[in-house]
Ligand binder design. Structure first.
Ligand code: SAH
Length: 666
């Protein structure tokens, strides 16, 4: 039974909503109006399996403390705040079911569950939420991951998967793989209660790549912290930035080096002699004897199919299945069927693709005919104009770097052949917004957790370090290593990894997206995640300065000659555009902003509104609305954008407003 207790009217509403949502499962203990709350809580604590207290956690802790007996006996307790914003799993997260209860309460009240038990909060990726299908028993393996049991990882090829926890170690590095019978002992099991931290080395593959000890940041130029300009370093480049630009930092460092022992130091159950394993493979393999294995199926296979007119769906499906089975290949790794254009409407083939849940790719006979195959034959040449359908279509569908791995097999009316694709890595170019956590988009967060490798400027990595899954590889570098960063991100993606290249604001605005994509060939997938760029973050603070046509101009002349910049400023001045200056002024670059403003002043009155926004959405944010005449350029630095209004812009109640149309002017 779930006991419900409140002390206020808002709490009573919450209790009533829960009682209505869970008929027969709750007891309303009221608000202690007729007796002390302490005694109400004590009664409920003794009578119920679970409690929901509509009380501050502090009050709840004080009331519950004298009642505690032990985690095996105590009910699970959830507290909910007055505004129903949070449901906190306070006691008995696992055993008492409070974690689950907090989520259930949240789904009724619309609150956010707050769960702090180690295994739930580390963010272990759910195996059933991986981007690829799986075979094998997910539940025990997920449990092993949550328990922190050692799990071996077997990968045939690198596919862009999210980071696995640090307890998942490439198979060749585990004692089990080198012939020892049992899985490696989990270091946490030997950590005593009085020694809450355990030194846990990272997977060897990660250390191998380390170019500096963990936590040893590459030295930055002295003014790095206040530049915020990733593509246009203002300070001198350090030799460290040139020669050794990347520091590999396993993520998060605290979990890599010092793993807190769980309070109950539970001993993960070994899965028999074979231990736990995750396989990333399109092959049907047995796993280790006596072990628990989950097989992640990358979309690596394409099946070329041919068929005589009228071939049935069952025959095509049966032939594809038996071809895969005999070759020891997993059906869930099939990502497409492929055939000749002439068969694009062949019902049996179309239906077979639908049954496998994959697209049917088709190719022109001439293109298939040009593809070298091991088993050409006369029959398809006569029927559709190419000596090979199944093999040639499989090879073409597998694309560059693909390989025919099963030659043509035949049934009465159908043919099938299988090719393996080269893995395609994934490069997400992710804008983190201007600084505030709640201006990082949910999609950006999802991409950070979708990646196993993060590449970025160290100060940006610091902004989002806590969002990364444990086990994420972090390649961070200082200012001045932009090209290196772009190259590294692309190279990691080409190697098959899921990479997130991060930048502040929008990663495509004066930032890393263009150097990275200039490097990238079409052998990787690229995903752009837009971010709130500084001009927009500043505009929102200033009022509505961008209500009409506007332009951004960077005043950094490191990459652009000044005469080009000046020409653009002049064009903006002449065409009466609102202008936002990025990179407006740094210690070594002081004259450019006054010069640009003077060009604008040739076409705008001294009373033209100017907005100066320093560190938008960050703790040291500063916003000033002034005019061209009054602007003190001394207040402008490299973490500032300067927005100059057009001839119609006004200051209204201290806010900068550019009218949507010019009618207001008259
Ligand atoms: N990609 C970034 C811009 C990089 S260029 C974006 O989309 O915002 C760096 C310049 O952006 C800085 O010199 C400054 O002019 C501006 N900038 C970046 N973040 C800022 C912030 N939080 N507040 C004000 N200006 C910022």
């Amino acid at each position: 039974m779930i006991g419900l207790i409140h002390a206020t009217a808002a709490g009573r509403t919450g209790c009533e909503r829960l009682a209505a949502a869970w008929p027969g499962r709750t007891v309303l203990y009221g608000d202690g109006a007729d007796r002390p709350l302490r005694s109400v809580v004590a009664t409920a604590f003794a009578e119920c399996d679970q409690l929901v207290l509509f009380l501050a956690t502090g009050a709840a802790v004080r009331l519950l403390a004298p009642l505690l007996r032990g985690k095996a006996e105590d009910p699970g307790v959830v507290t909910v705040d007055e505004a129903h914003r949070h449901a906190v799993a306070l006691l008995g997260g696992h055993g008492g079911g409070a974690n689950v209860l907090a989520s259930a309460v949240s789904s009724v009240l619309g609150s956010a569950p707050v769960i702090t038990t180690a295994t739930d909060s580390v963010g272990t990726p759910a195996l059933d939420a991986l981007p690829y299908p799986t075979d094998g028993p997910l539940a025990p393996l997920t449990r092993a991951l949550l328990d922190g049991a050692p799990v071996r990882l077997h990968t045939d090829q690198t596919w862009p998967l999210p980071a696995f926890p640090l307890t998942v170690v490439p198979a060749e590095w585990t004692p089990a793989h080198s012939g020892e019978p049992s899985p490696p002992e989990d270091p946490r099991t030997s950590a005593g209660q009085d020694q809450p931290f355990t030194l846990r080395p990272g997977p060897p593959a990660q250390r191998e790549l380390t170019s500096a000890p963990p936590n040893t940041a590459v030295p930055r130029p002295p003014d790095a912290a206040d530049t915020g300009e990733p593509t246009s370093p203002e300070g001198p480049r350090t030799s460290a930035g040139q020669d050794q630009p990347f520091t590999l930092r396993p993520e998060p460092p605290a979990q890599h080096e010092l793993t807190p022992a769980p309070p109950n130091t539970a001993v993960p159950r070994p899965a028999g002699a074979g231990g736990y394993a995750v396989w990333v493979t399109d092959r049907v393999v047995g796993g280790d004897e006596g072990g628990v294995a989950v097989f992640v199926r990358p979309p690596s296979l394409v099946v070329g199919v041919g068929g005589s007119r009228g071939v049935g769906r069952e025959e095509v499906v049966g032939l594809v299945r038996s071809t895969l089975a005999e070759a020891g290949l997993a059906q869930k790794s099939v990502s497409a069927l492929a055939t000749v254009d002439a068969k694009a409407g062949e019902e049996g083939i179309v239906a077979a693709a639908a049954e496998f849940g994959v697209p049917l790719l088709t190719y022109a006979a001439a293109e298939l005919a040009r593809t070298a195959v091991p088993n050409p034959s006369a029959a398809p040449l006569a029927a559709v104009g190419t000596p090979s359908v199944a093999e040639a279509a499989a090879i073409l569908a597998a694309g560059t770097g693909g390989q025919l791995i099963v030659e043509k097999r035949k049934s009465a009316m159908a043919t099938a052949a299988v090719a393996r694709r080269r893995p395609r890595g994934r490069l997400a170019v992710v804008g983190l917004g201007p600084g505030a956590r709640d201006l990082v988009t949910p999609r950006a967060v999802a991409e950070l957790r979708r990646a196993s490798v993060i590449v970025g400027l160290d100060q940006y990595v610091d902004q989002i370090r806590d969002l990364l899954l444990p086990g994420t590889r972090v390649l961070e570098s200082g200012l001045g290593a932009e090209e290196e960063r772009a190259r590294t991100a692309v190279a990691e993606a080409r190697a098959g990894h899921a990479v997130a290249l991060i930048g502040s604001g929008d990663a495509g605005v004066y930032a890393m997206a263009s150097p990275a994509l200039a490097e990238a060939a079409d052998d990787i997938d690229v995903i752009g995640v837009p971010g709130v760029t500084a001009a927009l973050a500043a505009a929102a603070l200033l009022g509505a300065p961008l209500g009409h046509d506007h332009v951004s101009i960077s005043l950094s002349d490191l990459h652009t000659p000044w005469d080009v910049i000046e020409r653009r400023v002049r064009a903006a001045a002449e065409s009466d555009l609102v202008v936002t200056f990025y990179n407006p002024r740094s210690r070594g670059r002081a004259w450019q902003l006054p010069k640009a403003l003077s060009v604008l002043a040739e076409h705008r009155t001294p009373l033209t509104p100017v907005g100066v926004v320093h560190a938008a959405s960050r703790p040291d944010e500063r916003v000033e609305v002034t005019t061209l005449a009054d602007l003190d350029v001394g207040t402008v630095d490299m973490v500032t954008v300067v927005t100059v209004g057009n001839t119609a812009s006004r200051i209204v109640s201290g806010r900068m407003v550019t009218p949507r149309g010019y009618r207001w002017q008259t």
